[in-house]
Design a protein around this ligand. Sequence first.
Ligand code: PGA
Length: 249
Amino acid sequence: MRKHIVAGNWKMNNGLIQTETLISELKQQEKTSDAEVMIAPSFTNLWHAFEATRQYDIEVVAQNMHFSEKGACTGEVSAGMLKSLGIKTVILGHSERRAYYNETDQSLAKKVDAALANNMRIIFCFGEELSDRKAGRQEDVVEHQIKAALFHLNASAFEHIVLAYEPVWAIGTGETASPEQAQDMHAFIRKTLENTYGKNVSESVSILYGGSVKPANAKEIFSKPDVDGGLIGGASLNAEDFFAIVNAF
Ligand code: PGA
């Protein structure tokens, strides 16, 4: 059985006090679904968030990391540093990082290797831009992004990988992929995995959808057979909204 996962990507939001407040509100929510719950605060708040959620069913994950172990990389954070806090999962390849911080297929492949070498789980993000979808090449783009960063791995590595399909045109725009568009792409991704790694792998990897998921549309998106959860931006900053999405399973 694939895991259901709902992960909140806080992006560059919430200082220490706001982090404390949001976490205490999250702790008051009732979870009625089987979904794993994750939140990804900024680096500066990871330790506090980790400590504050210790007794709770909420995993604190990182939004990014560098591929190097250590050294002259001013402003960067390594997998080992995250591990030293107890962080076990990292988001890699978010479209904002690809678009604004020069993340390439090559650097992402190195980050994937570094995370796996540190026994971390990866939420690997990818997705086409609006121009790609208009030109009908969304599947080619997605296939390329997945293959370039992940397909040098052997099958067992996929036990540590969660995929997150996030069409760039749907992120923070209020524009959501229709449940059918999400399902079609997720089925295509699963087929792409199956073609190289076989059904055991393709049927066991969780594929999340991200892009303007809200309490109002989560149930319908999550009802699709190949959608195993969501990566939630804006709506993860409100505890009630976030748990309404968590409980949409
Ligand atoms: P959004 O962001 O839910 O605000 O569209 C999703 C994401 O970027 O992961």
